[in-house]
Design a protein around this ligand. Structure first.
Ligand SMILES: [Mn+2]
Length: 258
């Protein structure tokens, strides 16, 4: 029987006091937690399954409120996300909900969050994002790493970063050009949403920039070639900590078996 397995963790990192990242996997949400042990869930292929990460915008208040509000809504919308239009509508409603919550409480003013994720349908994959959290297609595990050229990276970014152009020599920025909420007055969003055929054997990484900023692509690639499931997610987390753990890190590894 074809199925989807999702292995995930969310952790504050080493330098931040709070975890403002949130995660949704189907009906299950994980908000503001400290989990360095990845958990794995399995789902039958068929009904739409949403897996998404939301990263509360740092330097502004209540990032964890914005990110948890968004993943909880996506969890509720989940089974109805049957195409691009439904995903765009859901993200638009999430954006309105963040602004509405901020309007009701002055201490939440300008709170905002990124979001990036996938919806797995029976035969199609929907990818969506607003901001700079990422969805990355990764190759199969067990490929070994002997003798490959640097250009052989099996990572393929599916999300589209809402980031300003980088100055020469810089590979990351914490600035986003688009977010859910995040401004003093309502600002509409244009989510990135795409559809592709679902291929059995596909593996995808859904993660916050707490992984992709400090850990280089080739290191992520090496770990995912060597490992799968809980071991892979733990090794990715460990790589982010070894790189200083500068930010909250949330990682979901999604595999379509069949
Ligand atoms: Mn972050």
């Amino acid at each position: 029987m074809p199925y989807i397995s999702v292995t995930a963790l969310s952790h504050p990192g080493l330098r931040r006091e709070h975890n403002e990242d949130s995660l949704v996997v189907g009906p299950w949400t994980l908000c503001g937690t400290v989990t360095e042990n990845p958990q794995t869930m399995a789902f039958p292929l068929g009904r739409p399954l949403v897996v998404a990460v939301a990263d509360g915008i740092g330097g502004q208040p209540a990032g964890e409120v914005a990110s948890s509000l968004v993943v909880r809504r996506l969890g509720l919308f989940g089974p109805a996300l049957d195409g691009e239009e439904a995903v765009r509508d859901a993200l638009g409603m999430c954006n309105h909900a963040v602004y509405a919550a901020a309007d009701r409480a002055p201490e939440l003013s300008t709170m905002g969050t990124t979001v990036a994720g996938v919806v797995i349908l029976e035969q199609e994959l929907l990818v969506f994002n607003v901001g700079d959290s990422r969805v990355i297609e990764v190759g199969p595990a067990g490929n070994g790493d002997g003798g490959r050229a640097a250009s052989d990276d099996t990572l393929h970014q599916l999300s589209v970063d809402d980031s300003p152009a980088l100055p020469r020599g810089r590979r990351t920025t914490s600035i986003v050009t688009q977010a859910l909420g995040g401004a003093p007055t309502f600002s509409a969003i244009t989510p990135h949403v795409s559809t592709s055929p679902l291929t059995p054997g596909t593996r995808m990484l859904v993660c916050s920039d707490g992984l992709t900023d400090p850990v280089l692509d080739n290191e992520i690639d090496d770990i995912l070639r060597a490992h799968d499931g809980g071991r892979a997610v733990f090794e990715l987390w460990k790589a982010a900590m070894s790189a200083g753990g500068p930010d909250n890190v949330t990682i979901a590894l999604v595999s379509v078996a069949g």
